[in-house]
Design a protein around this ligand. Structure first.
Ligand code: ATP
Ligand code: MG
Ligand code: MG
Ligand code: MG
Length: 476
């Protein structure tokens, strides 16, 4: 089942059950304090918190998401993308726990022929918040799930709150058992790779205050209007439905992975490290494509810096696959072809996006080729001396002279099995900042000194040419 088909079935299912179908919002969240849209519920936050009355009692969406928190997992687990799509159904004071459980179960277990996702009931497990007997009761009654496949977990795993006074409540998550080939049995509480989390149901039920942490707070009361917020990972369902091993092998991602393999002349599946690199490339290229389509441009801070990191990590992964030439033209067009049916804006924005990507690639390849030699020498030197780390001044030199951000040095050193003396690097950086400040002060002072001359001029006692001189100098 193609990803587009899963999306269609999802929206049809909830659409037919009274949910307003809401198109995906941008990856750049409306809220300036939020870097990216990290979940399907983000565009609905004002309705869920009650800040703004919801314009509909129920809604459903397939939302583009970015989670950079998961960047280190990409390619190593089967299930973490920096970009992914979260399918959600939402109730704003309308239906609650029992109905949410019933809908999820129906969509998952209805046969493919009858428009469902066709999972075998026997492969599904759920977790609930440990005190939520109500949820356990519904899973047994409504879904007919045996007690052995319902596990209780604590607040760490199965409680949702914003970390602020306001709405909060227990969660219940649905897992798919991939079988003994993928790990020990015992359910999702024991193993999260054999048991794949596919869907999180959040029951916003209480008003909380005295919030000390995500797990320490006081329940004030039941909410007068209880909400439902759910999120199903579409890539995770797609990889199960497509009979592949992980989310990087699905129809929307695999073509980029294949192109990376082709360009490097290495075969996917032949070497674990290379496979991880190909998966990282496929993921990061897609995330960058989607971010740039939504208007993010590479830069040195905030969203632009995250994008730059994704682009640079892809370039480095290609290099580790033995390719030093530019490859973005090919990789990005492969990703465009795989994503443009679901997101027509990808095709519309592509000229601009590819110019940005190619520009970034060109600059970074130059940076890399000059700095890598220095880094390689320093690595060889450290190893010869039996040291387990790179000196802070090497990291500083790379930063200062070759434009290597510290993240890059840390990552490249780690690949070589070395740490970096971060404290020494940081202190060199602050020395440099202090120097720059002192320079700026000195410059200001010398400018201030000119006031003496200005006074002379005002008195008409001398001819002052300093302004012309200074102006020519500063315009150079
Ligand atoms: P995990 O424990 O696997 O990291 P999560 O508990 O952080 O997932 P939720 O915050 O509950 O995920 O998000 C809801 C759903 O979105 C998950 O059940 C999963 O199907 C999907 N999802 C979450 N993070 C990712 C990701 N990085 N890549 C792909 N799908 C994801
Ligand atoms: Mg997670
Ligand atoms: Mg989880
Ligand atoms: Mg979860």
């Amino acid at each position: 089942m193609q990803t587009a088909e899963i999306q269609r079935r999802w929206l049809d299912f909830f659409g037919q059950r009274g949910h307003t179908v809401v198109p995906s919002a941008s990856l750049i969240a409306d809220d300036p304090t939020v870097m990216f849209t990290i979940a399907g519920m983000v565009p609905f936050i004002p309705y869920l918190t009650g800040l703004v009355p919801a314009p509909y009692p129920r809604a459903t969406s397939v939302q583009k998401c970015i989670r950079t928190l998961d960047i280190e997992e990409v390619g190593k687990t089967t299930r973490h993308g920096t970009f992914f799509q979260m399918n959600g159904n939402f109730s704003f004071g309308d239906y609650f726990k029992e109905q949410a459980i019933a809908y999820a179960w129906e969509l998952l277990t209805t046969s493919e022929r009858d428009g469902g996702l066709g999972f075998d009931e026997k492969d599904l497990w759920v977790t609930v918040y440990e005190d939520d007997d109500e949820a356990i009761d519904y899973w047994r009654r409504v879904a007919g799930l045996p007690l052995e496949r319902i596990q209780r977990l604590g607040k760490e795993d199965n409680y949702w709150s914003t970390g602020q006074p306001g709405p909060a409540g227990p969660c219940s998550e649905i897992y798919f058992d991939r079988g003994p080939k993928y790990g020990p049995d015992g359910g999702p509480a024991v193993d999260d790779s054999r048991y794949l989390e596919i869907w999180n149901l959040v029951f916003m039920q209480y008003l909380i205050d005295d919030v000390r942490s995500k797990t320490e707070f006081r329940i004030v009361s039941e909410l007068p209007k209880k909400n439902i917020d759910t999120g199903m990972g579409m890539e995770r369902v797609a990889f199960l439905k497509q009979g592949v091993e992980n989310m990087y092998e699905i129809d929307q991602v695999r073509p980029v992975l294949d192109r990376a393999a082709e360009l490097s002349g290495r075969r996917y599946g032949a070497d674990h490290e290379d496979d991880v690199r190909m998966r990282v490339i496929a993921d990061h290229v897609r995330s960058s494509l989607m971010l740039m389509t939504d208007g993010v441009t590479p830069g040195n801070e905030g969203r632009g810096y995250i994008l730059r990191r994704l682009l640079r990590r892809s370039i480095r992964a290609m290099r580790l696959l033995g390719v030093e030439e530019p490859t973005f033209a090919e990789l990005f067009s492969a990703s465009r072809d795989a994503m443009q049916t679901a997101y027509p804006e990808v095709a519309r924005e592509y000229d601009r996006v590819s110019r940005l990507a190619l520009g970034e690639e060109e600059t970074f390849l130059r940076t890399l080729s000059s700095g890598t030699t220095i880094l390689d020498l320093a690595v060889a030197d450290a190893k010869q001396k039996g040291s387990s780390g790179l000196a802070g001044d090497t990291a500083f030199l790379l930063h200062d002279t070759f434009g290597f951000p510290i993240d890059l040095t840390l990552e490249m050193a780690e690949e070589a099995g070395l740490s970096v003396d971060r404290a020494a690097f940081d202190s060199l950086m602050s020395e440099q900042r202090a120097r720059a400040k002192a320079d700026a002060r000195a410059k200001k002072q010398s400018l201030a000194d000119l006031s003496v001359y200005r006074e002379f001029r005002a008195k008409g006692e001398t001819v002052f040419t300093g302004y012309e001189y200074l102006q020519t100098e500063s315009s150079v």
